[in-house]
Design a protein around this ligand. Structure first.
Ligand code: HEC
Length: 170
């Protein structure tokens, strides 16, 4: 092996050690990564029930939540992290109850990837799910990015930065 190659390998090994060490540090110092801007305001009960319905209804086949996604899935559905900062509980209930959700949110996807109708889900479950979704908040400093990601997933286009809001303030 030439010296240059050894240098590259040593450099990569050092990088791996640093990254692993950082992850270990993060895990050791608490469950949550301090940099994650997403949180839920739900009561323990709504959270437990909401997560249960979320899992049993198979929402995670298409959506990301708590930044967990099924690596085998490639459905470009909007992530649900922070979605409760973009929409409210009534909207979610109305959306889940709609026989045709695409009449509310137009899609750009093939039929099999689109948001299914959950109109036949028990009403109480739709309420719980709506309350849980509404509780999924994002910190202000990450709100714009969350909005951009949502917009891009829904439309396939980039969202123009709204420059007028902050630039006028001095
Ligand atoms: C087959 C894939 C699929 C499944 C399963 C699915 N969704 Fe969706 N969902 C989508 C897609 C794609 C969209 C974007 C609209 C569209 O293209 O129809 C969407 C949109 C949404 C939105 C609106 C997001 C926004 O940007 O405002 C919410 C909320 C949502 N889904 C929640 C859920 C919940 C809760 C479940 C489980 C009960 C679920 N979805 C199951 C694919 C799916």
């Amino acid at each position: 092996m030439r010296r240059g190659e050894i240098g590259i390998i040593a450099g990569m090994a050092a990088l791996v050690i640093v990254v692993m060490g950082y992850r270990t540090y993060q895990l050791a110092t608490g469950e949550k990564d301090p940099g994650i801007p997403f949180y839920s305001t739900a009561t323990a009960e709504v959270k437990r029930q909401g997560e249960e319905i979320y899992r049993s209804a198979g929402c995670s086949k298409c959506h990301t939540l708590w930044m967990v996604r099924n690596m085998m899935e490639t459905v470009p559905a909007p992530p649900l992290d922070g979605i409760g900062s973009l929409r409210d509980e009534q909207w979610f209930f109305h959306y889940f109850s709609a026989p045709d959700p695409q009449a509310i949110l137009p899609t750009r996807l093939k039929a099999e990837f689109r948001m299914p109708s959950y109109a036949s889900m028990p009403e109480a479950d739709r309420h719980t799910l709506a309350a849980y979704m509404a509780s999924l908040k994002v910190q202000d400093w990450y709100l714009d990015q969350t909005r951009q990601v949502e917009y891009e997933k829904l439309t396939g286009k980039k969202l123009e930065a709204s420059s007028n809001e902050t630039s006028n303030k001095k």
